[in-house]
Ligand binder design. Structure first.
Ligand SMILES: NC(=O)C1=CN([C@@H]2O[C@H](COP(=O)(O)OP(=O)(O)OC[C@H]3O[C@@H](n4cnc5c(N)ncnc54)[C@H](O)[C@@H]3O)[C@@H](O)[C@H]2O)C=CC1
Ligand code: BAL
Length: 501
């Protein structure tokens, strides 16, 4: 990605974009069968961006039918993996060529800062597609131990037609986390973007067709959760659903599966992730930078946000001084201003939800912020609370960090694990044994030591407890979601009456 532009230059790109409107089914754009549309708006300005196809079960049926045709005739599923790789690499290159356009589209559709879109979301999305493409012709099947008279092969096959239901907080990146391994494995997919943020998925589908992805393999059906997500979850001809979003909606997909065809379900859900700072933590300035990034990156709209700071009382004052100083540097404002680190919350509804928590914070000890900047924008806020306050227990998904004071390592771990979630956790300490012991004791899918992060494409991402179910995104393990194991036994004996082992 080249250097960042000025706000005016980004605005001029935004004004020149041709915005996608229709669903993408069987290799081309088409309106919803009902002809209905919904308005998608720029969360930063409240202005309408465009009308988008308001699809329903009829469109889902069509997309699934076309995905099934593509899967069964093998136009993608039975290609040599190296051929699938070539197409996906071409898609990544087309995305690189259109990276700036994608970054601006993502920013105006989601309220995300252009700084993040240019430096993280778009480059990381491209990297993820490339990584899975490069991987797919390097995965070997297995041969099991067997007698000389037998060969027992364990082969991976694509799972079939897959529904991918996406959230609005990282529209491009979550698309890549799911289509990267699914398409590489040979599946056909029906993507359901969040209604708030449909535009970049549609643009990527168009680029995929340009890259040579056969028609029917990647379909994008736009619309609401009730009209599109539920029919997809209940569809009898969908083999598997991979979902990222709230725990409440994730739970519904298990019901949909149980009520329909027992499709496999993989869920990446919410988090209330602890960030523990022990009394021996070193370089408090660096710790503070991690804490602030963990809490306020993407306006806190991140399932792995470090939203609960659990700090030892002996270090709290020294740490908080630095945390507050770093947080003050996070400028709130126009997402298309490259200096801005805190953009708009994704929608008026979500702004309303987070504002409710801000109101609740007024009766707690506010250490920083606590104010609405203007409709859609909330300043980074830090609140000291009891461990069982609503602010410390519920997933806020906004720029509000709760601070809980503890007096020992053991108490810190107990508070950290005292949640229904288990997605991510961080621990800061100079004591290597305590770091490792803590990492093992924390019930979370990802633990970072002396840093905040969620790993990268090489490591699995997913949750313990009510943060996840059924599999992991990222890394080679993501392919487990989109493939199934088949056992093939070959009997090599001359006399055909010999049985298998
Ligand atoms: N884990 C994560 O990454 C995310 C967590 N959230 C959490 O969820 C809260 C609510 O946000 P929402 O946008 O309502 O999340 P959500 O979980 O309802 O939405 C995620 C996806 O599910 C779809 N969906 C919604 N209702 C559905 C239904 N009944 N059946 C099938 N699909 C359905 C949505 O259209 C969207 O594509 C947020 O405040 C946040 O706490 C939201 C987005 C991402
Ligand atoms: N942090 C990436 C996954 C998510 O927030 O949905």
């Amino acid at each position: 990605m080249s250097d960042l532009l000025t706000t005016e230059e980004y605005k001029s790109i935004a004004a020149s974009l041709v915005l996608p409107q229709n669903a993408f089914i069987d290799g081309g754009f088409r309106p919803a069968i009902s002809g209905k549309t919904f308005t998608t708006t720029n969360p930063a300005t409240g202005e309408a961006l465009t009308e988008v196809a308001a699809c329903n079960a009829a469109d889902v049926d069509l997309a699934v039918e076309k995905a099934r045709e593509a899967f069964e005739d093998g136009r993608w599923s039975r290609l040599h993996p190296a051929e699938r790789k070539d197409v996906l690499i071409k898609l990544a290159k087309l995305m690189e060529r259109n990276a700036r356009e994608l970054a601006v589209l993502e920013s105006i559709d989601a309220g995300k800062t252009i700084y993040d879109c240019e430096t993280v979301d778009v480059p990381e999305t491209i990297h993820v597609i490339k990584w899975h493409a490069e991987l797919i012709d390097k995965i070997y099947d297995q041969v099991a131990p067997a007698s000389d008279n037998h060969i027992a092969m364990i082969v991976r096959e694509p799972v079939g037609v897959v529904g991918l239901v996406l959230p609005w907080n990282f529209p491009l990146l979550m698309l890549a986390w799911k289509i990267g391994p699914a398409l590489a494995a040979g599946c056909s997919v029906v993507v359901k973007p969040a209604a708030e943020t449909s535009l970049t998925a549609l643009r990527v589908a168009e680029l995929a067709a340009e890259a040579g992805l056969p028609r029917g393999v990647l379909n994008v059906v736009t619309g609401s959760g009730a009209d599109v997500g539920e029919p997809l979850g209940r569809h009898p001809d969908v083999d598997m659903v991979s979902f990222t979003g709230s725990t409440v909606t994730g739970r519904r997909f298990l019901h949909y599966s149980a009520d329909s065809n027992l499709k496999e379900v993989v869920l990446e859900l919410g988090g209330k992730n602890p960030c523990i700072v022990l009394d021996d933590a070193e370089d408090l300035d660096a710790v503070a930078a991690h804490v602030v990034n963990g809490a306020f990156w993407n306006m806190g709209q991140n399932c792995s946000a470090g939203s609960r700071l659990i700090v030892h009382r002996d270090i709290q004052d020294r740490l908080m001084e630095r945390v507050e100083a770093h947080a003050r540097e996070w400028i709130v404002g126009d997402p298309l201003d490259p200096q801005v680190r805190v953009g708009a919350l994704v929608s008026p509804a979500h702004f309303g939800k987070v504002s409710g928590y801000l109101e609740a914070a007024q009766s707690e000890k506010i250490l920083l912020g606590g104010n609405i900047v203007k409709e859609g924008f909330i300043e980074p806020t830090i609140v000291q609370t009891a461990r069982d306050s609503r602010l410390a227990v519920e997933e806020i998904f906004g720029p509000i960090l709760t601070v809980i004071q503890v007096g020992s390592f053991e108490e810190a771990i107990a508070v950290a694990n005292d949640t229904e979630y288990g997605l991510a956790a961080s621990i800061f300490t100079a004591n290597g044994k305590r770091a490792l012991r803590g990492a093992r004791m924390l019930r979370a899918g990802t633990v970072t030591v002396n840093s905040f992060g969620e790993g990268d494409i090489t490591t699995p991402f997913g949750g313990y407890k009510q943060s996840g179910f059924g599999g992991r995104d990222n890394s080679i393990h993501a392919h487990d979601q989109y493939t199934q194991l088949k056992t093939i036994w070959l009997d090599l004996t001359d006399n055909s009456d010999a049985g298998v082992d």
